[in-house]
Design a protein around this ligand. Structure first.
Ligand code: SAM
Length: 358
């Protein structure tokens, strides 16, 4: 079985909610990944929500997150997940495991080490970022300085910090070494996500994107930057799908609604009945398929959906944002001043509405 690649979902849940405008009438298909986007969508109480992932391990991860949300109280849950130090995670797992199906229980019993360390740290990408933090970043940035940066009181202060403390040779060198394609595909990201990449120097590309974000957009309330730099976030965390206490308590009641399916989305869409879904959250799945395959999936969604249906997805290194064979989707503008992508390394966020002639 493949391992867990993402123990957290690295896609901005606020962008998803702002672009999909989910109501109680909606039926949603969403890539499962680490589950956070599923949870933020579930909080809008849609009629139906399906999480899909072709990696069985991701499905087991989301099932355990759901069981923990249903079983534990807020602060115990935060400890269990690994946002705060805790030494009784195996006992807490026992409490949650009665809610798991046999396959998931077996998966986790074979992976108790991941539970012991806190499940939000067990993904390939999260471990990779952990190595960067422990062995590179700490060489030139103490945790005291990281805390100072993350509590910057405005862009000027943030920019000053970046120029004086971060923008040095070690920072740039560490980026070059650690975020090169070779190291990334070995330690951080699945190989297939690079097969259509044409960018020659991705470490420079990521450095430019990181620098632009850090110098222009507030890091204070960006949970993704907190995790990259510190491995955790301040808790409770306002607006987060489950680290905000009020969302957690609401989610407890409705999280059982999420149905999880292990399948390739293109196979699933071919099999699904017409008009099953009104909204689709598609992560950046098109990065790992050819332009033709991307166009086929979009065509199939258009064939199987009613006019007014909305899809959203990201591009990272690979451009997959134009599909000429299906022209009944119109791209919706999203206001970049209100919707800065807090996961700053993506190159595009695409929201499209299906407009069929009646
Ligand atoms: C697309 S990946 C996220 C990649 C991340 N944003 C990045 O750029 O490295 C998110 C999840 O999508 C799943 N996934 C990718 N392609 C899929 C497909 N065709 N069908 C179902 N799940 C898919 C992966 O297993 C993973 O858990």
């Amino acid at each position: 079985m493949e391992n867990i690649n993402y123990s957290l979902c690295w896609e901005d849940y606020d962008l998803v909610l702002n672009s999909l405008s989910i109501s109680e009438r909606d039926t949603i298909l969403c890539i499962a990944s680490g589950g956070e986007n599923l949870f933020s969508i579930a909080l809008k109480n849609p009629k139906k929500i399906i999480g899909i992932d072709y990696n069985e391990a991701q499905i087991h991860l989301v099932k355990l997150k759901i069981a923990a949300i249903q079983t534990l109280n807020f602060y115990v849950f935060v400890n269990f997940f690994g946002f705060i130090r805790c030494n009784n995670r195996l006992y807490l797992f026992k409490k949650c495991s009665s809610r798991l199906d046999n396959d998931s229980k077996r998966f986790w019993l074979d992976n108790l080490d991941k539970i012991g360390r806190g499940i939000v740290h067990c993904g390939k990408l999260e471990k990779y970022l952990g190595v960067y933090r422990a062995f590179f970043l700490r060489l030139f940035l103490s945790s005291k300085k990281i805390n100072r940066f993350l509590s910057s009181k405005g862009i000027d202060e943030q920019r000053r910090f970046y120029n004086q403390e971060l923008n040095n040779l070690l920072w740039r060198l560490s980026f070059k070494l650690f975020f090169s394609q070779r190291i990334m595909q070995l330690l951080g990201r699945q190989k297939e996500f690079f097969q259509y990449n044409k960018k020659k120097n991705i470490s420079d590309y990521f450095l430019i994107k990181t620098e632009k974000y850090m110098k222009n957009i507030s890091v204070q309330n960006n949970p993704f930057i907190h995790i990259i730099l510190k491995g955790t976030v301040p808790i409770p965390l306002q607006g987060h799908p489950y680290l905000d206490k009020s969302n957690f308590n609401k989610l407890k009641k409705i999280v059982g609604k999420i149905i999880l399916i292990e399948d390739d989305i293109s196979d699933y869409i071919k099999k699904m009945k017409k008009y099953t879904f009104t909204k689709y959250c598609l992560s950046d799945i098109f990065e790992s398929v050819s332009q033709d395959e991307y166009e086929e999936i979009i065509k199939e969604i258009a064939n199987k959906s009613r006019s007014g249906s909305v899809i959203c997805y990201w591009n990272n290194l690979v451009k997959r944002n134009v599909h000429t064979k299906t022209n009944n989707f119109i791209r919706l503008d999203i206001d970049p001043t209100k919707n800065a992508d807090r996961v700053f390394f993506y190159s595009d966020f695409i929201v499209e509405k299906l407009m069929k002639k009646s």
